[in-house]
Design a protein around this ligand. Structure first.
Ligand code: NAI
Ligand code: MG
Length: 324
């Protein structure tokens, strides 16, 4: 079956890495791609970083592949995630043979609540000098992320750790961990809980002791970027924003203005996001072919400068397509 993919390159290196992921997808399956605008460049032209047509495409396509936006990122990616009804953000961080990593044995998957917490967007100015933010934790969203995390861990054979700070945020994170405990109990699954700050130390020192980490929104954002540093950098980290019927796939990194336009961005994060897209669309064989090609290229080279090599994005594309 031909799947309809909305393609949103966005700004900066998004425009360089997304075409690589599209040609890789084209090499492994039947897809129909339609490209849409979003980000700083459209905002400069129209005053609006996310055209209604782009949001609509994410809400109706089988899946969406997004690159990155620049300064307008929050105004682009948050509505796009909600357009696909995304409640779960999956961010795998694993080390690969051939890539210099602080922890070559790290194989982590962050399963991050994607709708609430401190990113619920409820901020106010009480006075000129005092500003507040409301942290929202609900039972349904906590249940959804816990169920998703436990299921993902069971399917992929990982242990589960639930990150929280319920010793301080007793009402909100208390609800988060209590809900996870109920879900674990219903499923008869073993799991651990960990205070998120202490977990940060643990992840840096002993990442191999952890597998799936179920997190509230902000903790998942920060801990997954930290994990990127353990395995070789942001150029390697893919992500999936999963909804009940649709999903959006994007690298964890941003538009990288410091290297944009030079043609040296690492496309691996976006290509691995495309592999996650195949898995979501029940094309597991295509997903596996992409992952194998990526692992072979990382093992044997070429590598882009972020991994210590000299390859261009285009050379990476050729190497990946050769392997496929
Ligand atoms: P960033 O992820 O764009 O870059 C951080 C560092 O990692 C830079 O030195 C960059 O060159 C490097 N890097 C990132 N991806 C790379 C790749 N594929 N290959 C090689 N090197 C790579 O984060 P930063 O600098 O904090 O933000 C830059 C812009 O991106 C900002 O305007 C920010 O708002 C936006 N942003 C957008 C996101 C999104 O659209 N989802 C996520 C994060 C940031
Ligand atoms: Mg982030």
């Amino acid at each position: 079956m031909t799947e309809e993919i909305a393609v949103i390159p966005g700004d900066g290196i998004g425009m360089e890495v997304v075409p690589v992921a599209v040609s890789v997808l084209d090499a492994v399956g039947e897809f129909e791609f339609t490209e849409y605008d979003a980000g700083d460049s459209v905002e400069a032209e129209t005053g609006e970083p996310l055209p209604a047509e782009t949001k609509q495409a994410a809400a109706t396509s089988d899946a969406t592949l997004f690159g990155a936006a620049g300064e307008s990122a929050a105004d682009v990616i948050l509505p796009l995630r909600s357009a696909v009804g995304s409640f779960a953000n999956i961010r795998p961080a694993r080390a690969y043979p051939g890539v210099d990593a602080l922890h070559p044995d790290a194989d982590l998957v962050f399963v991050r609540e994607n709708t609430e917490g401190v990113y619920a967007g409820i901020e106010s100015d009480l006075t000129e000098e005092v500003r507040t933010l409301t942290r929202v934790i609900t039972e349904p969203a906590s249940r959804a992320i816990a169920e998703f995390g436990f299921e993902y861990a069971a399917e992929h054979d990982y242990d589960v750790t639930v990150a929280h700070k319920a010793n301080v945020m007793a009402r909100t994170d208390g609800l988060f961990v209590d809900t996870a405990a109920r879900v674990a109990d219903e499923r008869g699954t073993d799991y651990e809980t960990h205070l998120m700050d202490a977990l940060a130390t643990e992840l840096v020192m002993n990442p191999a002791d952890y597998g799936v980490v179920v997190c509230p929104n902000l903790a998942g954002d920060v801990l997954s970027d930290l994990a990127a540093g353990l395995v070789g950098g942001l150029g390697l980290l893919p992500s999936a924003n999963i909804g009940p019927e649709r999903a959006l796939f994007e690298p964890v990194h941003g538009s990288a203005p410091d290297i944009a336009g030079e043609g040296v961005a690492n496309p691996v994060a976006t290509v691995l996001s495309a592999a996650m897209c195949c898995e979501f669309l029940d094309k597991s064989e295509s997903a596996e072919r992409i992952r194998t090609a990526v692992m072979e290229v990382l093992a044997d080279g070429p590598h882009t400068p972020d991994l210590g090599g000299t390859a261009t994005t285009e050379e990476m594309e050729r190497a990946l397509l050769d392997r496929l």
